[in-house]
Design a protein around this ligand. Structure first.
Ligand code: GDP
Ligand code: MG
Length: 163
């Protein structure tokens, strides 16, 4: 297989925004036609002469709380089967939730390289809040703002170095 990077995380942490940021596209949103749901979106990313495929595993449309856990399990299963590197996206504004801890527990049991992406770090004052994500036991949290692009180049460097 080639270089495949999968984005996982609970709803609303910014997975699709990150996907769009890294692929420089509106693909994750544009592909959602009325009446269709998709559980993943693929895009190509080129960075410093290297290319990888990015999967937004959270493209599935969810309407109620009780399917969150099922949705997450599906995302993580896809990522564990297909990805060479997993981007585990969490949210510095909301902090750690039970669902985050569930995802972390599954990821810890596998050998796949994981980058903990602390999203919504829109300014540097928010970076210290990401320290709580060390508790996942999945390495250094990497602060980024998918919405304004802050540190997204550094994240791409890290992804390419991890592949
Ligand atoms: P997903 O459900 O994980 O795919 O999350 P989305 O990408 O759909 O984003 C959920 C919400 O978080 C949206 O309202 C986004 O605009 C917002 N969001 C995404 N990234 C950021 C970010 O870096 N900073 C802030 N402040 N909001 C963000
Ligand atoms: Mg999404």
């Amino acid at each position: 297989m080639g270089n495949i990077v999968a984005i996982v995380g609970r709803p609303n942490v910014g997975k699709s925004t990150l996907f769009n940021r890294l692929t420089q596209s509106r693909q994750a949103i544009v592909n959602e036609e009325a009446g269709t749901t998709r559980d993943r979106q693929y895009g190509k990313v080129e960075w410093t002469g290297k290319e990888f495929s990015l999967i937004d595993t959270g493209g599935w449309v969810i309407n109620s709380d009780d399917v969150f856990e099922e949705e997450i399990n599906k995302q993580v299963k896809i990522a564990l089967e297909e990805a060479d590197v997993i981007l585990f996206v969490v949210d510095v504004l909301n902090g750690i939730t039970d669902l985050d801890n569930e995802v972390a527990a599954i990821l810890r049991r596998h050998k796949k390289p994981v980058i903990v992406v602390a999203n919504k770090a829109d300014n540097f004052d928010l970076h210290p809040a990401a320290a709580e994500f060390y508790s996942f036991g999945l390495g250094d949290p990497f602060c980024i703002s998918a919405i304004n692009g802050s540190c997204s180049g550094d994240l791409l460097d890290k992804i390419v170095a991890t592949l």
